[in-house]
Design a protein around this ligand. Structure first.
Ligand SMILES: NC(=O)c1ccc[n+]([C@@H]2O[C@H](COP(=O)([O-])OP(=O)(O)OC[C@H]3O[C@@H](n4cnc5c(N)ncnc54)[C@H](OP(=O)(O)O)[C@@H]3O)[C@@H](O)[C@H]2O)c1
Length: 322
């Protein structure tokens, strides 16, 4: 049992739910640091014995000694750190820093300090550390850091903290940089586009090539990393798809409609001094896709979005509100 105990953060969120399910299905024991154990238990009613909820009200405020003891007490050999304040929101930099940077640092330092067999520490970052729109395409893992907005900046800073900790203590570290994720449980990018297309109120300017990632594939990457003890930094993305191919697919599935606006309007809209709006607009306007050569070298082939999307259209079609 002990080799199969993994500590997961963010297990009540979109990605965390999917990753936790995969681990439980495979017989892993999951210690989940959560703020709401009831929510967690309701999500995983079928696995009452393998799931260990650890309720911590403000996990971002605990120091490394707290985590070192917790990791030692539960004899945890791998950590999958998924929890974060995600996306660009009207939240102060201090909150982003505390949750996305300080918590990550304390958890990793606790892992290093714990008296355990160290298997792997996996940090969930984002391709946003290259900036919403990368400087070159496909952006590979050597692309310089160029984060825009508080969310991307906090993830880049957390990565830097982890890399300097690794430099000092040489522990097994994996950094996953997923692109925009879709699948069951998503209330973000593809969810919002689907709703707008369905309501016949999606407007866009360009037809960029973008890459997305299926949450199922991403979940299997965590699983692979724990099982095979890999290390390093990896982009996680599917082959690029054009926005219009994606919209056509959504339109067919939802019976909705979308509208292309003249591109001169784009310049005007991009002038609006609102970071959240600008980032959202950039995501559907400019090319953003990523090299997956590193992950393919592990023998994990990249796939096409439209092959996977079908299985989620019921989710996107039926879900009304969060
Ligand atoms: N979704 C994407 O497209 C995408 C793309 C690239 C990278 N990522 C990364 O993937 C990870 C998961 O994203 P997601 O889409 O699953 O986000 P999500 O659905 O918003 O889930 C975030 C999780 O983090 C937890 N959390 C946030 N702040 C916390 C705090 N202060 N203390 C304890 N728990 C806290 C939430 O707990 P509660 O349930 O209690 O609120 C939730 O379980 C994040 O690290 C994100 O940066 C996501």
């Amino acid at each position: 049992m002990r080799d199969k105990t993994v500590l997961v953060t963010g297990a009540t969120g979109f990605v965390g739910q999917n990753v936790t399910k995969k681990l439980l299905e495979d017989g892993y024991f999951v210690c989940a640091i959560v703020r709401n154990p009831e929510k967690l238990k309701n999500l995983f009613l079928e696995y009452p014995d393998n799931l260990i909820p650890i309720k911590i009200k403000n996990p971002e405020e605990k120091d490394y000694r707290f985590y070192s003891k917790l990791i030692t007490d539960y004899n945890i050999s791998s950590i999958i750190h998924i929890a974060a304040i995600t996306g660009e929101r009207n939240i102060s930099w201090e909150e982003y820093y505390k949750t996305n940077v300080l918590w990550t640092k304390n958890l990793a330092y606790g892992f290093v300090d714990a008296n355990i067999n160290h298997n792997v520490f996996i940090f969930t970052s984002t391709v946003g550390v290259y900036g919403t729109i990368p400087k070159y395409l496909p952006a590979d893992e050597s692309h310089p850091y160029d984060p825009d907005g508080k969310y991307h900046k906090s993830k880049a800073l957390a990565e830097k903290e982890l890399l300097s900790l690794k430099e000092e203590y040489d522990f097994p570290l994996v950094i996953f940089r997923p692109t925009t994720i879709y699948g069951k449980g998503d209330y973000s990018f593809l969810y919002k586009i689907s709703k707008l297309v369905k309501k016949r109120s999606f407007f866009y300017f360009n037809n960029p090539k973008i890459s997305l990632i299926d949450v199922d594939y991403l979940s299997s990457m965590y699983f692979y990393a724990v099982k095979n003890k890999i290390s390093g930094i990896y982009n996680i993305a599917e082959n690029p798809i054009t926005l219009e191919d994606l919209l056509r697919f959504i339109k067919k599935a939802t019976g909705g409609k979308y509208y292309k606006l003249p591109s001169f309007l784009l310049k005007v809209v991009l002038q609006i001094p609102n970071d959240i709006l600008r980032i959202k607009l950039k995501l559907i306007t400019f090319d953003r896709y990523y090299s997956t050569k590193k992950i393919e070298k592990l023998g994990l082939p990249t796939s096409d979005t439209l092959k996977h999307l079908e299985k989620y259209m019921e989710w996107y079609n039926e879900r009304k509100t969060q």
